[in-house]
Design a protein around this ligand. Structure first.
Ligand SMILES: Cc1cc2nc3c(=O)[nH]c(=O)nc-3n(C[C@H](O)[C@H](O)[C@H](O)COP(=O)(O)O)c2cc1C
Length: 300
């Protein structure tokens, strides 16, 4: 059973790349949409895009989902595939809502989670792993597909895509989002699941500098989200001011924080990479297969 929420269809494309080898092997792949009762807009009006930040980073914030015919429950022997995107370093609101409001979908199930996002998925995967553990899942493995082009390029192309709905290449910038190379890699992971029931070692390549930045920023985002939420009590102006400060802080954080972490990575060498890799593996997955994946884990 595949649980999915996608706005542009990118996540469906990535998940289909994973499940095609399973369907070819005769697996019965069923899809269930985690559709919010009040749809999120796409493309996002700028204020709405930044306005969803405080709820996105609030572990308690939920949205109401449309109940699918047949409910959310999986059959006892079914593999549950949970496909999600990242909103502000956290799982998107519809997916957090599915995990918290419908734990029955994952209770006592093996879960493969599939992430498609720009490139910062680590804090979100940590939250999802914790939620799946709380839901009573038996094991969790992670497949991650990202936009692998340089950080500065994807920053521009992703914002243009999300705020203007324009995904196609322009000037010297390429097409926004997950590319064909990643789809091919994910299909390879799907073949491995079809053969052995488990993900391959390259299912979620870890980029240590990005992972370290993501985990530090993820903690800061949660604190800042709480500040914006409590500023709301003093009126709309106070809330807007705290949001604007967040946006400015975000830009400074990206410009200054990432180079600082990159320097730490150079100074720390292989110890930095191995330490970050082990930390991430421990927090994003659990169960027997996940342990094998962690031992053999490959750092990109
Ligand atoms: C509000 C919002 C916040 C986002 N934040 C992140 C983020 O923190 N990290 C990231 O890698 N991608 C981020 N993205 C990109 C999404 O993860 C995803 O790639 C994109 O929205 C397309 O997904 P979909 O069409 O399958 O829903 C964000 C997108 C939105 C709409």
């Amino acid at each position: 059973m595949v649980y999915l929420y996608t706005q542009t269809g990118q996540l469906r494309e990535v998940t289909e790349a994973l499940t095609t080898p399973l369907a070819e092997r005769g697996w019965d792949v069923r899809w269930v949409d985690a559709q919010p009762r009040l749809a999120f807009p796409f493309p996002w009006p700028t204020r709405r895009f930044f306005g969803v930040f405080p709820a996105s980073v609030d572990p308690k914030a939920l949205v109401e989902l449309v109940e699918p015919t047949g409910g959310f429950e999986t059959g006892p022997d079914e593999l549950a595939i949970l496909a999600y995107q990242v909103w502000y370093l956290a799982p998107s609101l519809p997916i957090r809502s599915l995990l918290k409001a419908h734990p029955e979908a994952f209770r006592d199930r093996r879960v493969v989670s599939v992430i498609a996002c720009r490139n910062m998925w680590y804090s979100a995967a940590i939250e999802v792993c914790w939620l799946l553990r709380s839901a009573g899942a038996r094991s969790v493995e992670v497949v991650a597909a990202t936009d692998t082009r340089p950080q500065a390029i994807t920053f521009v192309t992703t914002l243009r895509w999300l705020l203007a709905g324009k995904r196609e290449p322009f000037l010297r910038f390429g097409r926004a989002g997950v590319g064909a190379d990643e789809l091919e890699r994910v299909t390879g992971v799907g073949r491995r699941i079809a053969e052995s029931q488990h993900c391959s070692q390259d299912a979620a390549p870890i980029v240590p500098t990005l992972a370290a930045a993501d985990i530090l920023a993820g903690k800061a985002f949660r604190r800042w989200g709480a500040i914006v939420r409590s500023a709301g009590r003093f009126g709309a102006v106070a809330q807007a001011a705290s949001l604007v400060t967040f946006v400015i802080g975000l830009a400074i954080g990206i410009a200054v924080g990432l180079p600082v972490i990159a320097c730490a990575a150079v100074a720390g060498g292989t110890r930095f990479n191995a330490g970050v890799g082990a930390y991430v593996h421990r927090r994003i997955s659990f169960g027997e297969a996940a342990a094998d994946q962690a031992v053999a884990g490959r750092l990109r």
